[in-house]
Design a protein around this ligand. Structure first.
Ligand code: GLN
Length: 194
């Protein structure tokens, strides 16, 4: 079974761990660089990207996470997607810069403080995809190598970058395990290759 971690500094990491368990994994919480050793993949949850960034810097996790992401898959949701993006707007802030995309924080404004929608424009098989947006960012540019798997109001909301996966919504807050399953599938392949 693939070994998957959830970055547990801030945000809704417990909901991600529960979603990974529903999808068949046994996740562990990661707070220290040493806890990345031996993992096949990592989830960076939603929360508040500025707070998470400060904690990542404080605990000396920036370089270890960057190095991990050069080799292993990371799934970033909402604040996690912001932390993975190469370019962050509103306001600009540092990031791990592991995926080539521009993302604008809190981009839906007040009207989309929190909303549950059903996405029909997606590539995850049959049926609509329920998506929970909470003070969500908008992906303004997807660089080379990014494959858009779902859109909402014309903007990409789920993008596959080959190794990494990003979502601007919260798949861990719905019962649908398709997206966590998709992420775990790529860890299985990585683990089998070793
Ligand atoms: N608004 C948050 C940020 O900019 C992200 C919100 C979330 O992760 N649900 O970091």
């Amino acid at each position: 079974m693939a070994r998957v971690g959830v970055l547990a500094l801030q945000g809704d990491y417990e909901a991600h761990a529960a979603a990974l368990r529903r999808a068949g994994a046994e996740p562990c919480e990661v707070r220290l660089a040493a806890e990345l050793d031996g993992l096949d993949g990592l989830v960076i949850p939603g929360g508040e990207s500025t707070s998470m960034l400060r904690l990542m810097e404080y605990y000396g996790l920036m370089e270890p996470l960057r190095r991990f992401g050069m080799e292993k898959p990371i799934f970033g949701t909402c604040a996690g997607a912001i932390l993975l993006a190469s370019d962050v707007l509103n306001p600009p802030q540092p990031s791990l810069a592991l995926v080539d995309m521009t993302i604008e924080r809190n981009a839906y404004g007040r009207q989309l403080d929190s909303r549950v929608v059903r996405l029909s424009e997606h590539r995850l098989g049959d049926g609509e995809l329920e998506a929970v947006f909470i003070r969500a960012p908008i992906i303004r540019r997807v660089g080379a190598g990014g494959r858009v798997l779902a859109t909402y109001l014309g903007d990409p909301v789920l993008v596959d970058f080959g190794r990494h996966l990003v979502a601007t919504f919260h798949p861990e807050l719905t019962a649908d395990s398709r997206i966590h399953g998709l992420f775990l599938e790529r860890l299985g392949a990585g683990a089998a290759k070793r």
